[in-house]
Design a protein around this ligand. Structure first.
Ligand code: ADP
Length: 611
């Protein structure tokens, strides 16, 4: 069991039935453990060891130069005590002190510069690494994890890590170096005076140990609680219309209150840790100075050391306060950074759902072979579905809601890997194809699509970067959208998406289809891709789309059965299984499930058109 888990149960204000712990337990995205974080930090520091050595070298030189002055002052005191000091010798010592201080300032400046450069490059690498990890996340995991956790990891955790990499790490290193070198200087001055300096070690060690055993878990909980707030806020904003329509306002507010209470409890816990640890640590700083003066005085009287040595020792003890204070403060920041890094590294631990191999599909034949899928253990949504889609064939998948049609569509598009069986194109499993290659072959348009903030042209050429205006306009014409698109202010240059011209859901669906035409894959999976248009426009769009897509393989999932009428083959899916399969006419003639569906749909459609 690692330290994080260990401390969760011990001395924790957050109980098992508190929302914070519960939500943490539900997290889809993992969090790295202490050992993994350490290994990663070590690896990163080793990679940057040259820069690190320069920072350490400069600070060591700066600190050493700063340590000359107390020693010289001690020598002056000794000289005065023994009446062996002349004005000339004091001037020489004063000049050495002045020079050492100037050297210390210059070296500190360059040390700080090198430290900042080191921190920035470290941060840049951590960020790039994080982006790589996020981009490798399987889509299904992103969907399950929800946006809040990922958003808070990529905003708050990255910010906390920035603080640590930019400031805390270089500052901690230099403060630790200062403490070590100052103690070294005390040892050179008088080894005996190390004793009062070292009495600070046990209390600081105990306080730090107490704190560190609890801090990472505390900060992890704090960040998880923050993710919860982000998640619920994002959900409320995205679903604002539903919230308003169903008068969910008070319920959402209660949820926000509960999230805030969870966050408050988590923040209070770390605040309590800090409020015990920091004063305890700070109180210990004065111990070396007080100890050196008291013990040094006694040692002087006993003739164990000179007044000059005690003077230098006391100055060194006083000089320990600042780096020790910094060390403690940054240690706290490092803990926050540590928790953030654990969450960011956790993203990389999600198992990839794709493993690109070197095999090339021999043709464009899409095949689902005894495919099984479930979202929850023991509840199969698809059961042994086998489907061979001939290149150029137009297939309609119909069936009642919840039958598993969308799931099959996602498996056929390679978005989700099946839990059992295989989905192949040209003999190669979809999950073994590099994503770029797969998307060039098979693409899916579902009801959910996104208009990115940018020009309409940019939104369309996402899928085909080098498409010219003529191609873009042709694609818009094919989806019956050229009329409204050209009427937009600025036409293709019109800024759409959040903050720009708001497109209606139907228009957004047309944009998604036009993107698909530009991407030009050989197989298209259309999952209710025209459902947001009114029936008449949808029918028109489907006809013009069919003309453009002639020769392409099209799998349409639809509840409007005219899609089945227009297709080469209809697949009826019920309860996760293929019940019927064949051309529209044959199935209607057979008088089975499809015939019944067609009868009721046709009757209803006729009734609608009569009114
Ligand atoms: P259809 O498209 O035919 O309506 P779906 O494939 O969307 O069917 O869903 C089939 C079943 O799987 C339904 O019971 C649905 O509740 C469930 N389901 C779909 N998506 C998810 C998901 N992401 N997590 C859990 N269950 C899901």
């Amino acid at each position: 069991m690692n330290e994080t888990e260990d401390t969760l149960t011990e001395d924790s204000p957050v109980t098992r039935d508190n929302p914070v712990t519960q939500n943490t337990a539900q997290r889809i995205l993992p969090v790295a453990d202490g050992r993994q974080v350490k290994a990663y930090v070590r690896e990163v520091l080793v990679t940057d060891r040259r820069e690190l050595a320069i920072v350490v070298g400069l600070y060591a030189a700066a600190t050493s130069a700063g340590l000359v002055a107390p020693r010289m002052l001690g020598d002056i005191v000794t000289g005065v005590q023994h009446h062996g000091t002349t004005a000339g010798s004091i001037e020489v010592l004063a000049a050495i002190i002045a020079l050492s201080l100037v050297a210390a300032s210059i070296l500190t400046r360059y040390g700080a510069l090198a430290g900042a450069r080191f921190g920035e490059s470290l941060l840049a690498r951590l960020r790039e690494d994080f982006v790589d990890r996020v981009l490798r996340l399987p889509l299904s995991v992103v969907e399950r994890a929800g946006s809040g956790d990922l958003l808070s990891r990529s905003s708050r955790d990255v910010a906390a890590l920035s603080q640590s990499a930019r400031y805390a790490l270089p500052a901690t290193l230099t403060a630790a170096l200062s403490v070590a070198l100052t103690l070294g200087a005390v040892a050179l001055d008088s080894p005996l005076l190390l004793v009062p300096c070292l009495i600070v070690v046990p209390p600081v060690w105990l306080a730090s140990r107490w704190y560190l055993r609890r801090a990472t878990a505390g900060y992890l909980r704090e960040n998880a609680a923050w993710a919860e707030i982000t998640e619920s806020l994002a959900e409320t904003t995205e679903g604002a219309r539903t919230v308003e329509a169903l008068r969910l306002g008070p319920a959402r507010r209660r949820r926000a209150d509960a999230d805030l209470a969870g966050s408050y409890a988590a923040e209070r816990y770390t605040l309590r840790l800090r409020s015990v640890f920091l004063p305890a640590a700070e109180a210990s700083y004065v111990l070396p100075l007080a100890g050196t003066l008291a013990f040094g005085g006694y040692a002087c009287l006993r003739g164990w050391c000179t007044v000059g040595q005690v003077t230098a020792g006391a100055l060194y003890a006083a000089a320990l306060v600042r780096p020790m204070d910094e060390l403690i403060q940054w240690l706290n920041q490092l803990q926050t950074g540590n928790a953030a890094l654990a969450r960011l590294l956790g993203i990389g631990q999600v198992a990839a759902d794709r493993e690109p191999g070197g095999d090339r599909p021999r043709d464009e034949q899409l095949l689902a072979d005894q495919v099984r899928h479930s979202y929850r253990p023991g509840r199969d949504v698809l059961r042994s579905v086998s489907l061979r889609v001939r290149p150029g064939e137009r297939i309609a998948i119909v069936g009642p809601s919840g039958a598993g049609k969308s799931t099959l569509g996602r498996l056929l598009a390679g978005i989700t890997a099946p839990a059992g069986g295989r989905v192949t194109v040209g003999g190669v499993e979809l999950t073994r194809l590099p994503l770029e290659d797969l998307r060039g072959r098979i693409a899916l348009v579902s009801q959910e699509h996104h208009i990115f903030r940018g020009t309409l042209r940019e939104n369309l050429t996402l899928a085909a970067l080098d498409a010219g205006d003529a191609e873009v306009l042709a694609a818009l014409t094919a989806v019956e959208a050229s009329g409204w698109a050209q009427a937009l202010p600025g036409g293709l240059d019109c800024i759409v998406g959040s903050g720009g011209v708001a497109l209606s859901s139907a228009q957004a669906q047309q944009v998604a289809l036009a993107r698909l035409i530009l991407a030009d894959p050989h197989t298209l999976i259309l999952d209710e891709a025209t459902s947001l248009l009114d029936p008449r426009s949808a029918r028109r769009l489907e006809r013009s789309l069919a003309a453009v897509l002639d020769g392409r393989t099209v799998v349409s999932i639809a509840h409007r059965l005219h899609v089945g009428h227009d297709a080469d083959r209809v697949i009826v899916l019920e309860d996760g299984e293929i019940r019927e399969s064949g051309p529209h006419r044959e199935l209607v003639r057979a008088g089975g499930a499809y015939a019944a569906l067609w009868e009721s749909w046709h009757g209803a459609a006729d009734a609608v058109s009569r009114h």
